[in-house]
Design a protein around this ligand. Structure first.
Ligand SMILES: Cc1ncc(COP(=O)(O)O)c(C=O)c1O
Length: 384
């Protein structure tokens, strides 16, 4: 069964034009066509990230890139501070622990931004002993957009690296890798870039590369030294790359660049605001305050008396709409609408229409059509 409306925070719908590119015949990744492709994709990704840092591509999902960030920059027993306000922040911490880092977990409330003054105190106490900070830009599990620029500025030592998971933010939110002094940032193909899953992107600052040279964590497939050598010497990847995804990525980056990367950010912002406005009009409660809400995913509290499993089942089976549930401690308490990538206003209006019908069927009291109407009005009133 094909799901028509992927209202998930990834994987996202792939544009048919891009799908056609991806389905072109395979070619040799050691020939000149691929070298040219890799060089162009690298340059365009640097533009997307506002960076001159080195960018590498991995055949992996986003978690692979998180692991790559850790094993290439840290050594066993290095002290790192893991900022956690959702399940992906926890994942970053767990990977670092698995490889033997000495991880100090800082837990923020799920669905809220971090209390920066508390983090600053820990950073100042650790001083030069703090080797790294891990943080998720858009914490997809809670829809919170963490303030990376502010977190970066909390560092008091040149020795502290900032490792950022930008998996569900890059492309939909301004990311200034160089200005914000981000040492490692990463994303995956199946989110805002709206490609099939399987390609991860990771960028390393010169400070991160220096840390690589000193790092003693075990690595083979993720060893970024090999990716550097192959790129610098031959414009190649060390291992067989996901060739079709590179072809799709180049096309997608060309399309986005032509529209303007900033325009794409504005589109995501407007869609996110439209979703939040409409959800409130239905009478549902959002998990997050507006000032920390991400542009890519909106978590909604499950109203009293509504069975979430039933709601998601009706949406999927009757309307072919797949919305995401909650994760970890929010499982059963929220559902999440993803609105990233190729998302357009009519897509959102369809999701809202289905949601209203499913809620009504389950007995939720409200006037059907209010959410759709609010979304339409929002869009019309914000046409510029
Ligand atoms: C912020 C964030 N980090 C990490 C991941 C894990 O990525 P993947 O499932 O591609 O390994 C996701 C996926 O949803 C994510 O949204």
């Amino acid at each position: 069964m094909i799901t028509k409306y992927l209202a998930l925070p990834g994987p996202t719908e792939v544009n048919p034009e891009i799908m056609l590119e991806i389905s072109k015949p395979i070619f040799n990744h050691r020939n000149v066509i691929f070298k040219d492709l890799l060089e162009r994709v690298t340059e365009k990704t640097q533009k997307l990230l506002n960076t001159k840092n080195e960018v590498y591509f991995l055949t992996a999902s986003g978690t692979g890139a998180m692991e790559c960030a850790i094993v290439n920059t840290l050594s066993k027993n290095d002290k790192i501070l893991a900022l956690i306000n959702g399940s992906f922040g926890q994942r970053f911490a767990d990977i670092a622990k698995q490889y033997g880092a000495d991880v100090i977990e800082f837990h923020g409330e799920w669905g809220k931004g971090f209390e920066l003054d508390k983090i600053k105190k820990i950073i100042d106490e650790l001083g030069d002993n703090l080797k790294g900070i891990t943080v998720v830009h858009c914490e997809t599990s809670t829809g919170v957009l963490n303030d990376i620029e502010a977190i970066s500025k909390l560092r008091c030592s040149d020795k502290t690296l900032l490792l950022v998971d930008g998996i569900s933010s890059i492309g939909a939110v301004k990311v200034e890798v160089d200005k914000w002094n981000i040492d490692v940032i990463l994303t995956g193909s199946q989110k805002v870039l709206a490609l099939p899953p399987g390609l991860a992107i990771i960028a390393f600052s010169s400070k991160a590369i220096k840390a690589y040279e000193e790092s003693d964590m075990p690595k083979y497939y993720w060893d970024i030294g090999k990716y550097r050598k192959f790129y610098i010497e031959n414009r190649e990847t060390p291992y067989t790359p996901a060739i079709p995804l590179f072809v799709g990525l180049l096309k997608q980056l060309e399309v986005l660049e032509e529209k303007g990367f900033d325009q794409e950010i504005k589109k995501h912002e407007k869609i996110a605001n439209m979703v939040r406005y409409a959800i409130r009009a239905i009478g549902l409660e959002l998990l997050n305050d507006d000032d920390i809400a991400a542009n890519t995913v909106t978590p909604i509290k499950v109203p009293d008396g509504i069975d979430l499993k039933q709601l998601r089942k009706i949406l999927l089976e009757k309307y072919s709409v797949d919305v995401a549930g909650g994760q970890g401690k929010l499982e059963g308490k929220i559902f999440r609408i993803g609105h990233l990538g190729n998302v357009e206003p009519l897509f959102i209006i369809s999701i809202l229409a289905a949601l209203e019908m499913a809620l009504k069927e389950l007995g939720f009291e409200f006037e059907v059509g209010r959410g759709v109407k609010a979304a339409q009005e929002f869009w019309i009133n914000n046409l510029k």
